[in-house]
Design a protein around this ligand. Structure first.
Ligand SMILES: *Cc1c(COP(=O)(O)O)cnc(C)c1O
Length: 395
């Protein structure tokens, strides 16, 4: 059996998105900035995609800026609001400890440029409390940036409430919604979102394409200088086939959200109950406020990497917190943020299911993980110490 269960890392492109992309590569390869018919055809494709993307999240087309993906959108959102803040003497930013590195590393850079950053603690269940955001807001706060859904443990934050507080306090609110767009309902107006980042390859579109939503009136700072593309906010000839394929994938995946959610939630909960039978294991993140596709466990006494390799032998492609920063042995900053100690965080497994997952496949995953965990524990010195009482169990 072959099961791809790493859909938080990337997703397979949909047939329709591939078709859209290939046919545009063949037929609509003009430069959208050119005035002759072939260029204008590409321009129409581009603007149709912009309108489609905007409609899905409840924005207007001129609030959508196409980027090279989620990382660029995150960088541009943070840089832009920081610049606006600097002009008003507001140089304090609020975020959380378990954001994606596109956010955390940008914040590190901003700190070197004299901004002050408050990283809110994440609770054990992987959630951030709106009242803690409220308490952290100061006179000089220019931005709150909190991710919509976490990419490792899948927890979904109370975005609408956080957005409401930011509006009340007159602070701009950005959300990295890369894991959430097309998978959970989002309406930027109802959810009080000022800026939002998304990436096509997380919803069955191509890699290297994404978008930034910025509410009308928010002045964006360019990361890339040059021509006047994207109304002067991002230079460079637009990736028309990629952008159109993104719009296609976004419409398609969003239109199936209800059925996908119903099916995935059932499969996720079955997988969670099955894996919870493994002794000294624990689910990471809240059981219900989480993406319907996400399962993330810690197993005491084993190494995540060995677990992944043995599961790969059984045809199951998954990931581990520590594998994210591949090459480094640091455990996941997300698992540490929810209070897992190093040893436990090392034995983590993330399974992110695809919409086509079947009940038989879930059964196979449960059996395989059980087998591999007990096999690895069989010769783990850490496990031996735990069993003999030399070390104490944490889970
Ligand atoms: C994947 C991901 C990103 C980065 O998106 P890219 O398009 O790969 O740059 C940012 N934030 C989150 C939460 C992600 O899951």
């Amino acid at each position: 059996m072959k099961i791809y269960a790493d859909n938080a890392a990337t997703t397979k492109m949909s047939e329709n998105a591939i078709h859209t992309m290939v046919s545009l590569l063949e037929d609509s390869w003009g430069n959208p900035s050119s005035l002759y018919a072939h260029g204008q055809m590409a321009k129409e494709v581009l603007e149709k995609a912009r309108a489609d993307v905007a409609a899905v999240i409840g924005a207007s087309p001129d609030e959508i800026l196409f980027t090279s993906g989620g990382s660029e959108a995150d960088n541009q959102a943070l840089r832009s609001v920081a610049e606006l803040g600097r002009k008003k003497g507001k140089m304090h930013i609020i975020s959380s400890a378990f954001e994606h590195h596109a956010i955390l590393h940008t914040l590190e850079r901003l700190k070197k440029e004299d901004f002050e950053v408050t990283l809110l603690d994440v609770h054990e269940n992987g959630l951030i409390l709106p009242e803690e955001v409220e308490a952290a807001i100061r006179e000089d706060t220019c931005l709150v940036t909190i991710m919509f859904a976490n990419n490792e443990i899948g927890t979904i934050q109370p975005i609408r409430e956080i957005g409401r507080i930011c509006r009340e306090k007159n602070v701009l609110f950005h959300t990295d919604a890369v894991q959430a767009v097309a998978h959970v309902p989002i309406n930027v107006k109802e959810d009080n979102i000022d800026l939002l980042s998304a990436s096509a390859h997380k919803f069955h579109g191509p890699k290297g394409v994404g978008f930034l939503y910025a509410k009308k009136g928010i002045r964006l700072t360019n990361l890339i200088e040059g021509g006047a593309q994207e109304r002067g906010r991002r230079a460079g000839t637009e990736n028309v086939p990629g952008i159109a394929a993104m719009a296609e994938a976004l419409k398609e995946t969003s239109s199936r959200m209800d059925e996908n959610t119903a099916h995935l939630t059932k499969m996720r909960d079955k997988l969670i109950s099955g894996l919870a039978e493994i002794p000294h294991s624990a689910l990471n993140g809240d059981a219900t406020h989480r993406l319907p596709s996400n399962v993330n466990f810690c197993f005491e006494g084993i190494e995540g990497e060995s677990l992944l390799l043995l599961l790969d032998d059984k045809g199951i492609q998954a990931s581990s917190g520590s594998a994210c920063t591949s090459g480094s042995l640091d455990p996941s900053h997300v698992l540490l943020a929810i209070g897992r100690v190093h040893d436990v965080a090392h034995g983590s497994l993330r399974l992110c299911l695809g919409e086509d997952i079947t009940e038989e496949q879930v059964d196979y995953i449960i059996k395989s993980v059980k087998d591999v965990v007990s096999y690895l524990r069989g010769f783990s010195p850490v496990w031996r110490d735990l069993m003999s009482g030399k070390a104490r169990f944490i889970l």
